[in-house]
Design a protein around this ligand. Structure first.
Ligand code: HEC
Ligand code: HEC
Length: 275
């Protein structure tokens, strides 16, 4: 039985290998070895699940993320933003404060929904396979053997439901003054009503570069993690891993983050609607 399984796996790897081209073929041996059950992020994960994950990964992900998880697969080489280097154990869009390991739900969300405006599409991977592949990618970073996943920030009830104008007013104020989001995220703003505030913080002039380029220009760039209020809430509260975008969950109250989410969504929508 075991031999049959081994043969099956080998056969699959070879098929995938050939479809990727010969250079990728020589690298299959470089993927992490699965020697038995493992404790990853404080949870026991079976070797069987990891092996299933490896098959999915080599078939659906390695072309971009690389057999070694280094983000340097043949298809990914010229993408902007580049595929994530999974060896660092950092993802951008998680529900935990930046610096902590993402939860399984975070990893599953990204694989299921993709990141809009990037080559990370919503790959048609069955839910059961997503469960396997998100465990397998943890083998690329030794962080998963040492640390547990962070504690997710709860996206609670929208306190401004039915009070949109009130949210926008407070959100705008916070964005340009107390939180100074505009220092990094210029607001291109015919939508901006408080011209005095705008002049004061010189919106649109300051830029902060990070490894992947720049802070999102709301209204010009696509919101990668989604443009629903709760997506924006999560990105602001948790921050964006590996970039200059900090976690705001301690500096701002839940009410303030909701207000800001409305404002960011508004900047985004209106600009997109312009000719
Ligand atoms: C066609 C190329 C491509 C394929 C195939 C691909 N990805 Fe990605 N992936 C990317 C790119 C590009 C990014 C980075 C996007 C960014 O920086 O915003 C990314 C990002 C990610 C991230 C990090 C998300 C975050 O919030 O930072 C994870 C996790 C991930 N991919 C897993 C997978 C898995 C698992 C598969 C296979 C089911 C897969 N990817 C297939 C291109 C790809
Ligand atoms: C120090 C610079 C900096 C500050 C201050 C900052 N951001 Fe960011 N922000 C970034 C960077 C960099 C990114 C990540 C861009 C990327 O690589 O995807 C980002 C990403 C985001 C995203 C995710 C966009 C997406 O694609 O889904 C949101 C939403 C966001 N910021 C909102 C805010 C808000 C609201 C504030 C103020 C409370 C703020 N940011 C303050 C630098 C900053």
């Amino acid at each position: 039985m075991r031999n049959a399984a081994k043969y099956f796996l080998k056969h699959i790897l070879r098929t995938i290998c050939l479809s990727l081209g010969l250079s990728a073929c020589t690298q299959v041996g470089e993927s992490p070895k699965i020697e038995g059950d493992q404790t990853l992020g404080g949870r026991q994960i079976s070797a069987q699940l990891l092996k299933r994950g490896q098959e999915i990964y080599l078939g659906a992900c390695a072309s971009c993320h690389g057999v070694k998880g280094d983000g340097r697969g043949p298809v990914g080489l010229h993408q902007n933003p580049p595929p994530r280097d999974l060896r660092q154990g950092i993802i951008k869009f998680a529900s935990v404060p930046v610096g902590e390991l993402p939860t399984d739900e975070d990893l599953a969300r990204v694989v299921k929904n993709g990141l809009r405006g990037t080559a990370m599409l919503a790959w048609p991977v069955a839910d059961a396979d997503i469960k396997a592949v998100i465990q397998y990618i943890k083998l690329f970073s030794s962080r998963w053997q040492k640390e547990k996943a962070g504690k997710p920030i709860v996206v609670g009830k929208d306190v401004f439901a039915g009070k949109r104008e009130q949210a926008l007013k407070l959100g705008e104020e916070l964005y340009h003054t107390k939180a100074q989001c505009s220092l990094c995220h210029p607001a291109f703003s015919a939508t901006f009503k408080h011209d005095a505030l705008r002049d004061k913080d010189k919106s649109g002039q300051a830029r902060v570069d990070d490894t992947s380029g720049h802070a999102t220009k709301f209204g010009k760039d696509v919101l990668r993690a989604g443009d629903k209020l709760e997506d924006i809430y999560r990105a602001v509260a948790a921050g964006v891993g590996g970039t200059a975008m900090p976690s705001w969950s301690n500096a701002l109250s839940a009410q303030e983050i909701w207000a800001i989410a409305y404002y960011v969504q508004d900047l985004n929508l209106r600009e997109n609607q312009r000719p």
